[in-house]
Structure formats: C-alpha cells, structure tokens
Design a protein around this ligand. Structure first.
Ligand code: PHE
Length: 461
C-alpha cells in the first residue's frame, strides 16, 4: 500500500520554500552583481524579471508537484509521459551539481562565524593578504567543512518533511528575518546610508550594461530555486487548500526583500568607509568573506557584535537552501526505489559529497582539478565550472521546458483546477489570465533570450 505523503502545515510551505530561495544567492551573489551592474536600473530590471518570469514559473512548478504529489521525475512522467520525465532527471542532476559546490561555499560561512566569534571575544587580528587563498587551498579543511554542512543537511532531511524540513525552517527563517532587520536598523545610523539608497533606488538607465538585463533573468532562476524541481518537490508537499498564486507570490516577495536588505547592509558598510569603495568591485567572493569582516571590526560601531551574528545568518540561509537541494534527490529515491527516508538521505548525501570532494579540492589543493576547465578563462577549476554550468545552462534550460510543459502541453483544466482562481460566475480571474499569458509567452521568450545570449558567449553567473 502506498504511504500517505506528508504535507506542510499552514505557513510550512511558505517558510520552507522561502528557506530554499533565500540563501547564498541573496546574501552573496545578488549584492555582488547589483554592485557590478551599477545599482538602481539593474534593481528595477531584476524586480521586473522576478515578477513576470520568476513568479509564474514558481507557480508552474508548484502546480506540477502538487498535482501528482511526487518528485519531479515521476511527476513529469505521469503528466506528460516518459519523454517529459527527462526534464525531471535534468532537474535532479542539476540539484546534485549545485549542492556539490554550494556546500563547499556554505562551509566557508562556518569558518567566518567561528573566526568572528574568536575576534569578538579576544580582539581582531587582521588576516594577511594570502589568508583567504591559503584557506581555500587547504584541501583537508575544505573537505571537512563541506562534510559538516552536508551532515547538518542530512540530520534535517532524514527526520522527514514535517519533523525535519518544516520544523527546522520554522525555527531558522524567523531567526533569520529578525537578525536581518536588526542589522538593517544597525547600519541605518552609519554615514553611508544616503549614498546606499541613492545607489539602489535611484535608477539611471544610461548606467546599466545591456548584459545586465540577461544577468537579472539568470539570477532570478538561481535565487528563486527555479528550473531544477526544488519547487516541484516542495509543491508535492503543499496542501490542496493552499493558494498557489499567493504562496508563490509570498516566497518571491520575501526572497526579493531579503536580497535588497542584504544590499542595504553591505553597501552601507562599504559606503561608510570611502577608501574601500574602489577596491570592492574587483572581488566577487571577497565582498562577503574578506572585505566585510575587516570593515566590521575596524570601522563599524558595534561591529564586533554584528559580525558573528551576520555569519550565522548566512550559514542558516545556506542551510535552508541545501535542505531543499538534497530533498530533490532524496525524494526521488523514496518515490522511485521505495527506499526508506533514512537510507535515501544517506545515499543521496553520499553521492553529493563525491561532487563536493572534487569541488573542495579544486580551489588550490589539487592542481589538476584547479586547472580543469571547459568554459575558458576565468572559469577554471571544478567548482567554477560547475557553477557556470548550472547557473548558465542547466537552470535556464530546465526552466524553459517547465514553461513549455505547463503553458503548452499540460491540460489547461489541470492548471485551472490547481490555481483555482475564479470569479463568481465561474470565469477565470484576471490573475489567472495573466499567469497563463506569462507562462505561455513572456517567460519562455525571456528565457530563450538568455539561452541565446549564453550561446553568444555572455556569462551571467
Ligand atoms: N536559491 C538558493 C540561493 O539563493 C540556491 C538554490 C538554487 C537552492 C537552486 C535550491 C535550488 O542561494
């Protein structure tokens, strides 16, 4: 007999899905690319991308998941036949790839946290120039940190959907929101505040690189966890009574809000110390892991209080994302092979860790892994290559198939039934019609533009 599938309780879905969406993409990647694209105008384009592409695709994924109540592979197979299940497989593999490298970077947050804790108690010691390079080049340490992060993820997932995922995200997410609000309030008294607001909310389209438009679309996928089945999987645990449009809208809203808050916090700190402004644009990883701790301890009032809190926040955010990444593969093993949750979790984590090993050693420890490249200069090493592959190829391609499937292949009755937005006279509401229009025309065209741009050689990771 088939076991009844667990489902999230009220708010359970929103918090778990927001947990998946909010992660390193918001706290590390978004502030960096927004900086790089000169703020204001980019933020507007990003907001448009998130609303007209992100929101409908999130709804589409939830529709698929909730309808079949299964992992993306069997879900696609049931609704569209064997051929479409390949899209599910693509999603599962994408999840494996992302989790493989994501857990390595997430592991860094643990070191940043413990270091800051030490500095806060026994005084700040500025790390040497080479400190970060030595740190990422320390293979054993990288393997250990990634292992710890995956282990933490396993401990949550194997307790199940309600007791593990829902309970953990219900604790983590409110803490995360509180810390973030606290930090936003803290930085409001710094001198860089006005410049930050001007930078973020005063659009100057002449200053927007054209490539920024495509970068905004690409990032919308990554940050909202779309295009690889995470939201299909979480959708399969969503209660039938919940409104798909509202829940998806809320997740999109929270994810965007947190990304903007992260920018406000980081930029205000950076703008408050004029001498660092110029140095920031050149470093990607640097902004979160090198520049920020130094500024916090040397220039910012209460920096010693803020720093450890901030890094625990980043670690929590990353954990709620790795949970959703591992759940995609785990739920496949449970649904397809009928394994127990514990066995499925451990095997899924083991497979992921094999990829993490390659990534962890590709930052300097093993020269042949560090030099390996298929995408050319600037993308050397397994970690960078996989990040490029997932963000630029796998997510947009997966997303494109999802829009085509829900917009053009899936019986419209299923869509209507799941979204369930009717007027009193039984005609579909405006929101539903808008969703239909965006999922059939706007979203696929925008994604296609991104894929063509990637073909033409533009990198938006
Ligand atoms: N959305 C997560 C972030 O912003 C990353 C992620 C991508 C998680 C895809 C799950 C699936 O960090």
């Amino acid at each position: 007999m088939e076991k009844k599938r667990s489902s999230f309780s009220r708010y359970g879905f929103i918090l778990a899905a927001a947990g998946s969406a909010i992660g390193l993409g918001n706290l590390w990647k978004f502030p960096y690319i927004t900086w790089h694209n000169n703020g204001g105008a980019f933020v507007i384009i990003y907001l448009v991308a998130v609303i007209i592409i992100g929101w409908p695709i999130m709804m589409a994924e939830i529709i698929i998941g909730r309808r079949v109540k299964k992992n993306p592979v069997p879900a696609f197979e049931k609704l569209g036949g064997k051929k479409w299940s390949l899209v599910g497989w693509l999603g599962v593999i994408t999840g494996l790839v992302i989790l493989g490298y994501y857990s390595v970077i997430a592991g860094w947050t643990l070191t940043s946290f413990t270091k800051c804790l030490k500095w806060s108690f026994s005084g700040y010691v500025k790390p040497g120039e080479e400190a970060f390079t030595n740190f990422i080049g320390n293979g054993q340490l990288q393997l250990f940190l990634a292992f710890i992060f995956i282990l933490a993820t396993v401990l949550v997932i194997w307790r199940g959907v309600k007791k593990g995922i829902e309970r953990t995200t219900k604790i983590l997410m409110p803490i995360l929101f509180c810390i973030l609000i606290y930090l936003v309030i803290m930085v409001m008294s710094l001198p860089g505040r006005d410049e930050t607001f001007k930078f973020l909310f005063n659009p100057d389209f002449a200053n927007l690189p054209t490539a920024g438009i495509l970068e905004a679309v690409g990032h919308a996928f990554f940050t909202l966890s779309l295009g690889m089945g995470a939201m299909i999987t979480y959708g399969s645990y969503m209660d039938k009574k919940e409104s798909i449009a509202k829940n998806a809208g809320m997740v999109v809203f929270l994810d965007t809000l947190i990304a903007i808050c992260a920018c406000i916090i980081m930029y205000t700190i950076i703008f408050s110390v004029p001498s660092v402004k110029e140095g920031v644009s050149g470093s990607t990883i640097g902004m979160l892991f090198i520049t920020l701790p130094d500024l916090l301890y040397t220039h910012i009032p209460f920096g010693a209080t803020i720093a450890p809190i901030f890094y625990i926040l980043v670690a929590f955010a990353a954990l709620s994302s790795t949970i959703s990444l591992l759940e995609v593969l785990t739920s496949l093993l449970i649904d397809k092979l009928k394994w127990t949750r514990k066995k499925a979790t451990i095997i899924a984590a083991g497979a992921t860790y094999l990829i993490s090993i390659l990534c962890a050693l590709s930052l300097g420890a093993a020269p042949f892994l560090s030099k390996w490249q298929i995408f050319g200069k600037g993308k050397e090493g397994v970690l960078n290559t996989l990040d490029h592959l997932a963000a630029n190829w796998m997510l947009p391609v997966g997303g494109l198939f999802i829009t085509i499937f829900v917009g053009w292949v899936l019986d419209e009755k299923i869509c209507r039934d799941e979204v369930s937005l009717y007027n009193e006279d039984g005609s579909p509401k405006f929101t539903y019609k808008a969703f239909r229009f965006f999922i059939r025309y706007i979203a696929p065209m925008a994604i296609l533009a991104v894929i063509v741009a990637v073909f033409a050689g533009w990198d938006f990771s």
